[in-house]
Design a protein around this ligand. Structure first.
Ligand code: T3D
Length: 261
């Protein structure tokens, strides 16, 4: 049986590759099931960073439209069910993973494929990558968190114009818009992404997971509420082994060895 998701274990971090290159890694149900299993493994404590990327020339072309051929279906599909059972749990699982998720967008990211990338914590892109909110071309709305994420990341005017026109944007534009952290040469993208993951996996994981949580919650809270959340979280960080090690290492003028606890 072909594996639609590849998993590689590195020291303290995990690389997950969407693996349907002949379909530009478009999602079918089996790929969802395999990715869910991979992300359960990624939740284990020994994994301290996750890298998500795609095989071949694309990152992900969203939903596999071969499985949505109206000429072969008895009636309209229930896409709400697909979202509730497959895409929404995927986006939620990326958000609740208590470690950084890095996405290396190696090529085109379209439809849900683009919005899965934007649900990750750090997005790197190849200079060959392009991003497309392809939904308007097939009469749908941006999903996989798209209408929420784009509004928060871009503001409503740009989010609407991009979604309604379905115009492709290149990696540099995505970076200028704040959707991508860094753009790398296509040849060096994976090397850079792996180096970043190795570095994050050796980082203060307890602090990083709390950073992820606080920043993701920020837009939901008032400043007043959020100041309290920061104080509560910093209290916990101050009690962590990583804080003790970080400060001790600084004072002893040596590199820290974080355990993630
Ligand atoms: O349905 C639900 O469950 C609801 C959820 C929806 C979420 C969504 O993601 S809806 C949006 C679905 N995605 C799209 O509409 C994108 C469709 N693809 C494209 O527009 C283009 O393929 C790209 C712009 C992404 C890339 O264009 P290009 O010219 O670089 O490549 P290509 O030649 O179009 O594609 C290469 C092959 O991949 C080709 O197959 P072939 O001709 O070589 O046998 C193409 O058919 C296949 N492919 C690309 N995208 C999909 C796909 N096959 C099935 N589904 C796809 N989404």
């Amino acid at each position: 049986m072909s594996q639609k998701i590849l998993v590689d274990h590195h020291d303290a971090w995990m690389e997950i590759t969407l693996n349907r290159p002949d379909r530009l890694n478009a999602f079918d149900d089996e790929m969802h099931v395999e990715l869910k299993a991979a992300l359960s493994k990624a939740a284990e404590e020994k994994v301290r960073c996750v890298l998500l990327t795609g095989a071949g020339r694309g990152f992900c072309a969203g939903q596999d439209l071969d499985g949505r051929d109206p000429r072969k279906m008895g009636g309209p599909p229930d896409l709400g069910h697909t979202l509730q059972t497959l895409y929404n749990p995927l986006i939620r699982s990326l958000k609740v993973l208590e470690k950084p998720v890095v996405c290396a967008v190696n090529g085109v990211a379209a439809g849900a494929g683009a919005n899965i990338a934007f649900a990750c914590d750090i997005v790197l892109a190849s200079e060959k990558a392009k991003f497309i909110q392809a939904f308007a071309k097939v009469g749908l709305v941006p999903d996989a968190g798209g209408t929420w994420n784009l509004t928060h990341l871009l503001g409503p005017l740009r989010a609407k114009a991009w979604a309604m026109t379905a115009e492709p944007i290149d990696a540099k534009t995505a970076q200028e818009w704040g959707l991508v952290w860094k753009v790398h040469d296509g040849e060096t993208l994976m090397q850079e992404a792996r180096a970043l993951c190795a570095s994050l996996a050796n980082g203060a994981t307890f602090g990083l997971k709390n950073m992820k949580y606080l920043i993701d919650q920020a837009s939901e809270n008032s400043l007043d509420t959020h100041l309290d959340r920061e104080a509560e979280t910093q209290r916990l960080c101050g009690q962590s082994d990583d804080y003790r090690e970080g400060v001790t290492a600084f004072l002893e003028k040596r590199p820290p060895t974080f355990t993630g606890r």
